[in-house]
Every structure is written in C-alpha cells, then in structure tokens.
Design a protein around this ligand. Structure first.
Ligand SMILES: Cc1cc2nc3c(=O)[nH]c(=O)nc-3n(C[C@H](O)[C@H](O)[C@H](O)COP(=O)(O)O)c2cc1C
Length: 199
C-alpha cells in the first residue's frame, strides 16, 4: 500500500496527516461500534445557532440503500465506489428551525460535520472519500428527500484496499503525489490577497 500521508511543512496532528481519499477499499465490513462513533463525532460538530442541519443516509454494500446511492453516482465514481463497503449521502436542511428563514451557513455546517466524520473514521483506521459527482435530483427522488432539504455530497467509508483491483487510470490517481497550495496563498493580513506575516 502506498503511503499517501500528507507531507506537511509544519508538524500537524497525525490524524490530519493520515487522512486522504482513497478509491480502492477492502471488502471488509465496518464494525457497527465504529460507525456509531463516527456519526457521534459528526453529531458533536459545531453549527450556526446549533441548528445541526446535517442528515446522513447510509447503506452497506449489498443492501437497497447502497444500491440507490450507487445509482445516483456519475459513471466515474461508480467505477471505484463498487469496491467500498459503505456509501452515504449527506443531506442539508436549508431553513432555520427557529424561524424558517434561510440558514446562510447550512452547507458550511454540513461540511464541518463531514470533516468530523472523516477524522473520527481516520481514528478508527478507516478512510472516507467524499464525492460531489452524483445526481442530486435523482437522490431526492430515490430517497424521498423533502423540499427545503438538499443532497449535498456523497461519500464512502471503508478500510483501505489494494489499488491493483482498480481500472488502470484510477490506479494512477491512487499513486499520484498529493499537492496543496502554500499557506501564503490563502492566509492574509492587511488586505485580501496580502500574505500574512503572522505565520
Ligand atoms: C465536496 C467534495 C467533492 C468531491 N468529489 C469527488 C468526486 O466526485 N469523485 C472523486 O473521485 N473524488 C471527489 N472528491 C475528492 C477530492 O478530489 C479530494 O478530496 C482532493 O483531491 C484532495 O485529496 P485528499 O482528500 O486525498 O487529500 C471530492 C471531495 C470533496 C470534499
């Protein structure tokens, strides 16, 4: 298995270093206790006004929920998601429970819950791969997602698998170097775009 840990410029928490988005998963089922802890982590994510606008639909390979999630995916994602033991869709609630108005931060909060989920999964020896490549309207239909809610992203969770089972083009991606912008490009002081001297 190739080591895809982040090559960081400064030392960060090893959970953050270890997380990456594989496409080859092992068929091994995920233990229920681990899944409970993973979604407990999402539960304790922060959100604007504590609105907790996240909802997760999850299915195991072989069940009806998994099959429906799979059906919503773009072809490219179907190529590799077939190796995953668990798939999910994250649905966000657009309106505030308190007054019914649009919650500007709902997608931001859904993303934070996904991050919490990912790091707990990493802690459990698992990997998460999030996906924007799926048909949101199909997900709405197949899962009867009501108005006022939106399917925002799909994901898989599983133990890492052997990349040799993947299509050759995907194997290449699995071996590719991971890259990031430098912090100079996104941490600013003074004006937007001006590199901060604080770090
Ligand atoms: C919102 C979101 C959508 C993504 N959509 C896809 C996707 O449809 N298919 C895919 O293979 N990877 C997808 N990815 C994975 C990204 O390509 C990946 O996170 C990015 O290249 C950084 O790599 P790393 O997660 O291994 O650090 C998505 C990730 C996020 C957070």
């Amino acid at each position: 298995m190739k080591d895809k840990s982040a090559k960081t410029n400064f030392q960060i928490h090893e959970l953050l270093t270890r997380r990456w988005s594989p496409r080859a998963f092992d068929a091994q089922k995920i233990e229920k206790e681990k899944l409970q802890r993973i979604f407990e982590a999402a539960r304790w994510s922060p959100s604007a006004s504590n609105e907790q606008p996240w909802h997760f639909i999850i299915g195991e390979k072989g069940d009806e929920t998994f099959a429906r999630i799979f059906e919503t995916l773009v072809e490219f994602n179907q190529l590799w998601v077939k190796t995953a033991p668990l798939a999910g869709i994250i649905v966000g609630r657009e309106n505030l429970l308190s007054n019914g108005k649009i919650n500007f931060w709902y997608k931001y909060d859904v993303g934070q819950a996904a991050a919490h989920m990912s790091f707990q999964a990493t802690h459990e020896g698992l990997f998460v791969h999030q996906m924007g490549g799926f048909d949101r309207e199909k997900a709405r239909e197949l899962f009867h997602i009501p108005e006022g809610f939106e399917a925002i992203s799909a994901f898989t969770i599983g133990y890492i698998g052997d990349y040799n089972v993947l299509h050759p083009n995907l194997q290449r991606l699995e071996l590719e170097e991971r890259t990031r912008k430098s912090t100079d490009e996104f941490v600013f002081s003074d004006n937007f775009g001006k590199k901060s001297e604080l770090i």
